[in-house]
Design a protein. Structure first.
Length: 561
């Protein structure tokens, strides 16, 4: 979002174990490269039992929370005398390179192969991915994979463990054919049913691995599966690979994207009419006054920035608790409404750019989530430091994925600029990274202003939104309705920085189009400007045009999706 002439002065704003090489036993041949196939059994613990995993001291169990993928995970109840090591022995091929990975959570969790390479992590607050490669010896035919915690460090969790490479027990190196025609045959608020065409193999297909994004969530023997433990009103992308007894795996099937049904409330999913309110600029109005006059219930509160050291603060200077922002939030909630904070923006010291890692950024976001018991957060990704920086885009998306996993029900929104025909190069890259990272973003919101819209602000806003819809469809494989349900529009009332004029009549047209196409979110910049000053130009506390006080907010309150 941009503030007027201020160029969006909306301040769019242990190593405790070593690593050893596996003995090569005098091997002279160069190691082969493992063909990608997970040869572990029950890698995501989705069977509900430990088998064929074995855990020391009977300290391993299967839990339904917290999980990384699917509906089950491994819990290791570490004691002061037992690190709760869980192992699985698999057949491997000699002189071959394998890739071991898994998702773990807890204090000092290790993943490795017995007698060989290992890796570990300290104390991630959310699931963290570990990965390590190793090469088998010249006559080695089995490998014992392990995961364990550390003594007296508390229970650890592991999920979606993968050992990629060819299975042992023969010379079969031919992979099955690719499964065909993957489709969804049904869904609920917490599950998706899938079916696909059978693969063939020179020896025989032994099973099919079902993936949600990059995570393997199920292994089945037939050509159908039901993935459970999903969140309501959430988009998931699935693929399937076939596997034979030797561990050879096929290429991935076509991808199918499915949005689960709404929860028990029976609604149509996440919908939010939430104009921006900025307590640090533009004669901020009393939110209760605005709510009583317009019927609006949600506000997007701007802006949470970095106060130094990856610490969040309003405008980078006002504490989360005890100030004018806290007062406004209390007033809004007392009147039956709620808020979504916006992180970032055009100017200022932004958390996305200044936090050193995705985990650090997730920690900063979590502080704000905890401070206000939030239901949703918005990342306003702009300018060269965030929007045009590929690494920062990925950092933001990964952090959003982390907090979404750690806060069940939390909705995540990303807001970014657009052209009159849809996302720019940087917007397209943001969407593509969201897909590749499996970030599970709920709403992609574009800002159709300061984009060369000229006099036809309605037509160009619709064209930009249709361009976004097309990009979401091509990237995620969604149908029209699913794509629209992940879209938001955030406009600018009255005059924009580029003298584009969105009048109340045009904003009404945009709202009606948004309702007719059942998008997820409608916002505008800003309630501070929702006051008349015809001929007043682009200023902070009025729209620069003739209108009624709070007219744009009243129109926005009519958004139902």
């Amino acid at each position: 979002m941009r503030i007027t002439q201020l160029r969006r002065s909306r301040h769019r704003f242990l190593a405790l174990l070593g690593t050893a090489a596996l003995a090569l036993a005098g091997a002279v041949a160069l190691p082969g490269t493992a063909q990608a196939a997970n040869i572990l059994s029950n890698p995501g613990f989705e069977t509900g039992s430990l088998s064929p995993w074995s855990c020391s001291g009977n300290l391993g169990s299967i839990v339904s929370s917290p999980v990384h993928g699917g509906s089950k995970a491994l819990a290791g109840a570490v004691s002061s005398s037992d690190n709760a090591q869980c192992t699985q022995t698999v057949s491997v091929q000699p002189n071959t390179t394998y890739s071991l990975s898994g998702w773990v959570r807890g204090s000092y969790v290790y993943l490795g192969v017995d007698g060989g390479a290992s890796t570990w992590t300290t104390s991630p607050s959310a699931y963290s991915r570990l990965s390590v490669a190793f090469t088998t010896g010249a006559s080695q035919t089995s490998a014992k994979i392990y995961v364990h915690g550390w003594y007296a460090q508390g229970t650890y969790y592991a999920d979606d463990v993968s050992l990629d490479g060819p299975g042992g027990g023969g010379s079969d190196s031919q992979a099955p054919t690719t499964p065909t025609n993957l489709t969804s045959t049904g869904k609920t608020s917490s599950s998706v049913s899938l079916s696909w065409g059978a693969s063939s193999d020179n020896v025989g297909v032994s099973g099919y691995d079902v993936y949600s994004g990059s995570n393997q969530v199920l292994t089945v023997s037939g050509t159908s599966a039901t993935v459970s433990g999903l969140s309501p009103s959430t988009a998931y992308s699935f693929t399937v690979k076939a596997r034979d007894a030797a561990g050879n795996t096929s290429a991935a099937s076509n991808s199918v994207s499915v949005t689960t049904s709404a929860g028990g409330g029976g609604g149509t999913g996440f919908k939010q009419a939430a104009p921006y309110l900025f307590e640090g600029w533009g004669d901020p109005p009393n939110p209760t006054t605005v709510m009583n006059a317009t019927g609006i219930k949600w506000f997007t509160m701007a802006f949470v920035l970095d106060s130094g050291g990856c610490n969040p603060a309003w405008d980078g200077s006002r504490a989360l608790a005890g100030g004018v922002d806290q007062t406004a939030i209390n007033q809004i909630r007392s009147a039956g409404g709620d808020i979504v904070p916006s992180f970032g923006g055009w100017q200022g010291s932004k958390l996305g750019a200044n936090c050193s890692s995705a985990s650090a950024l997730a920690g900063a976001l979590q502080k704000v989530i905890d401070a206000y018991s939030l239901k949703a957060i918005d990342m306003d990704i702009e300018n060269t430091d965030e929007f045009e920086n590929e690494a920062v885009q990925a950092r933001i998306l990964t952090a959003l994925k982390t907090v979404k996993a750690n806060n069940p029900g939390l909705k995540t929104i990303v807001t970014f600029g657009t052209s009159t025909t849809g996302p720019t190069y940087y917007g397209n890259r943001l969407i593509e990274q969201a897909q590749s990272l499996n970030a599970n973003i709920d709403v992609f919101t574009i800002m159709p202003f300061d984009f060369g819209g000229g006099s036809d602000m309605y037509g160009n806003t619709v064209n930009a939104t249709e361009g976004l819809k097309a990009k979401l469809k091509s990237t995620f494989g969604w149908d029209d309705a699913t794509a629209y349900s992940h879209i938001g529009i955030s406009g600018m009332n009255g005059l924009s920085d580029q003298q584009e004029n969105t009048t109340p009549a045009i904003w009404t047209q945009i709202r009606d189009w948004a309702n007719g196409h059942h998008i997820a979110r409608l916002a505008y910049w800003a309630v501070n400007r929702d006051r008349p000053c015809p001929g007043g130009g682009v200023v902070s506390n009025c729209s620069g045009i003739s209108q009624s006080t709070w007219q744009f907010t009243s129109i926005t309150a009519g958004f139902t999706g």
